[in-house]
Design a protein around this ligand. Structure first.
Ligand SMILES: [Zn+2]
Length: 52
């Protein structure tokens, strides 16, 4: 059975986050930003802040 992996060297999509995602992490965010609660509460705020 194959283990599905994602492309190497993907960066976390969180604004200003430079973490590289593991090939075993199929999400768009690094572990620090994966929390659903974090997304729900903070992504919009940060997007606004970095909008400039
Ligand atoms: Zn991140």
């Amino acid at each position: 059975m194959e283990i599905k992996t994602s492309p190497k060297h993907r960066k976390c999509k969180y604004p200003l986050c430079k973490n590289i995602l593991s090939i075993y992490n199929h999400d768009a965010y690094c572990n620090a930003h994966l929390s659903r609660e974090f997304k729900r509460n903070n992504i919009a705020k940060v997007a606004t802040i970095t909008k400039d």
